[in-house]
Design a protein around this ligand. Structure first.
Ligand code: ZN
Length: 412
């Protein structure tokens, strides 16, 4: 069976999908359940229908497009990713896994492949944490990694609950029905741009992910005391921003102190209240992200952060409230899924690098209910979550070909 990928068409679809955006091109902004997101979903569904796939959507908006196998009762082979995009992002993150997954199915259909196991394309809801401050909302729910109670308590920045927002978007079923049984999938494969520099540095077009780093994120509210920037003298101050600054630098020091290049920590949000040049900051909100492929090291940084907060509270007379938004363990790919990808690469004579994913993906949560592996596509300069994110049509075509070949093998 010869697999031919139509890279040009795939690239055209990626560009078309990017036109569903709340930011001017080349930037892409597509927040979950916005009008733009719903229009993009409609476009994807239209493409799936044209490929004769059977479409189902669950209560949180995860979309499943199934190519039924000759033995439809067998656990399916899943593939897919997400199409939501953070503000001012690029056009490849997630989308390559959805449209590339669809093109892989197209290619197998054209090649006359007759799957025994069904092959199912998944578009996960809200991989990005932009709206509800929690990443991988759809895959967390369907893998049972997030309780329905917790999901119901989620609110966006405008105070609207997930239930309200999804109902307004037309997803009205019960969240209790989102979870999938453990034998639903035999294997799940996610095609994704690397979002890092390793493949480019090694001059290799495709990677196979053997493990996904453990992410944690926290929200911290620091309450100090506001006042006039001229009249309150330094010894009397309880400046919430200076407390935040001290915590941020201590976080950096803790991450560096592990001595491992895999430990990373970031303060990505710092909202200062009241935000006036002549007002002492009375309140600061921080959002903090800590990751490592080693759970022990990741948790060491979290503990160091906790200790620092205790010290800063005492020394600066501020109050600190910390909420852990998520603290997930790392995921290991399954040996057999990784081997299947490597074998596909060997047969296609495409060079492939086994590697770790430092970004987390829906596959992190899919690993709780099925065997997973990921196929990475080389990207330019490791740039992602930016409008200048780029992977070449050739490399995306190669990644898609590897995915198609692996799906073909696993679905027999
Ligand atoms: Zn992504």
């Amino acid at each position: 069976m010869e697999i031919r990928i139509n890279s040009e068409q795939l690239y055209g679809e990626l560009e078309k999908l990017a036109s569903f955006s709340d930011a001017p091109p080349p930037a892409v902004t597509r927040i979950v359940f916005s009008k733009t997101d719903l229009a993009a979903r409609a476009y994807i569904k239209e493409l799936c229908r044209a490929a004769d796939l059977v479409i189902r959507e669950d209560a949180v908006g995860n979309m499943f497009a199934r190519w039924p196998g000759s033995e439809p009762g067998l656990p399916a082979i899943g593939t897919g990713s997400h199409t939501d995009a953070i503000p001012h992002a690029g056009l490849f993150d997630g989308t390559v896994g959805v449209l590339g997954g669809l093109e892989a199915i197209h290619a197998l259909q054209r090649a006359g492949h007759k799957p025994r196991r069904s092959i199912e394309l998944v578009m996960f809801t809200s991989e990005e944490p932009t709206r509800f401050s929690i990443g991988c909302l759809g895959s967390r729910l369907l893998s049972g990694s997030l309780t329905v109670e917790r999901a119901r308590s989620l609110k966006d920045r405008d105070g609207r609950s997930l239930d309200d927002v999804r109902a307004a978007a037309g997803f009205t079923g019960s969240l209790d029905d989102v979870i999938l049984p453990r034998d639903y999938y035999d294997t799940f494969l996610e095609l994704h741009v690397e979002q890092g520099p390793v493949l480019e540095q090694r001059n290799i077009p495709v990677g196979v992910v053997t493990a996904i780093a453990a992410p944690a994120s926290l929200r911290m509210q620091i309450e100090g005391e506001g006042g006039h920037a001229g009249t309150v003298l330094m010894p009397q101050r309880h400046d919430a921003f200076l407390a935040a600054a001290e915590i941020s630098l201590a976080l950096e020091a803790a991450a560096k102190s592990t001595g491992a290049t895999d430990t990373v920590a970031t303060v990505g949000v710092c909202d200062v209240f009241p935000g006036a040049v002549n007002g002492i900051p009375s309140r600061v909100k921080l959002e903090i992200d800590v990751r490592d492929i080693d759970l022990g090291r990741r948790d060491f940084v979290l503990q160091a952060l906790h200790r620092t907060c205790g010290e800063v509270t005492k020394q600066r007379g501020v109050q600190i409230r910390t909420e852990i938004l998520n603290a997930d363990p790392p995921a290991q790919s399954s040996r057999s899924a990784v081997d299947a990808v490597i074998q596909a690469c060997t047969e296609l004579e495409i060079q492939c690098l086994p590697m770790v994913s430092r970004a987390y993906h829906d596959s992190l949560f899919m690993s709780r209910i099925t065997q997973i592996a990921m196929v990475f596509v080389r990207c330019r300069a490791g740039v992602s979550h930016r409008p200048d994110e780029y992977s070449s049509p050739e490399d995306i075509g190669l990644g898609t070909k590897v995915l198609a070949k692996t799906l073909a093998r696993l679905s027999l």
